[in-house]
Write a protein that binds this ligand. Structure first.
Ligand SMILES: OCN(O)CCCc1ccccc1
Ligand code: NI
Length: 183
């Protein structure tokens, strides 16, 4: 099972590199990897298992966070409106996005960052994501609100971008232009 020791931290090259697309259909090991990533997220959100294995709760995980430069992402969370998202995404791509921006009012964090980094992270308010699932079936997801934030955070990891790269260094809490807060 994946635990915190498998998650690389700031300074590891895979967090600032562009990851490679994976071949579809997935080979058995990439299929197992995406299943293990999803299981990590579920475990990290289970009070007993997280306590037992000292897991930090995560709503998403990207393969580069395991030191693997593959375009694989897992997300597992319920948004504030109670909508459930649980996906293993292969080669996810943002194919369109709103002009309008948004930002998580609490700021963001990252399992690969062992320190709080304050400030608003400007994101596209709405994104359309195309990807494949682990069986090679095409997916097209239209996302807004919290889900849009999470998916952008994860896809950024595939492009070597960390959430704090988006924060306004001069004024971290300056409200981004034309942006609405996501609670
Ligand atoms: O890359 C996953 N990650 O480091 C876990 C935290 C994910 C996350 C946290 C806040 C807002 C969006 C996404
Ligand atoms: Ni992250």
């Amino acid at each position: 099972m994946i635990t915190m020791k498998d998650i690389v931290r700031e300074g590891h090259p895979s967090l600032t590199e562009v990851a490679d697309e994976v071949d579809i259909p997935l080979n058995e090991s990439d299929k197992q990897l995406i299943e293990d990533m999803l299981m990590f997220l579920k475990n990290s959100q289970d009070e007993e298992i997280a306590e037992k294995y000292q897991l930090r709760a995560g709503v998403g995980l990207a393969a580069p966070q395991l030191g693997l430069n593959k375009r694989l992402v897992a997300v597992h969370f319920e948004d504030p409106n109670g909508k459930h998202y649980s996906y293993g995404l292969v080669n996810p791509k943002i194919i369109s996005h709103s002009v309008e921006k948004s930002y998580l009012s609490t700021g963001e964090g990252c399992l690969s960052v062992d320190r709080p980094v304050e400030g608003y992270v400007p994101r596209h308010a709405r994104v359309t994501v195309k990807a494949f699932d682990k069986e090679g079936n095409p997916l097209k997801l239209r996302l807004k609100g919290y889900a849009a934030v999470v998916f952008q955070h994860e896809i950024d990891h595939l492009n070597g971008i960390m959430f704090y790269d988006h924060i306004n260094q001069e004024q971290p809490f300056a409200v981004p232009e034309n942006a609405t807060p996501v609670e």
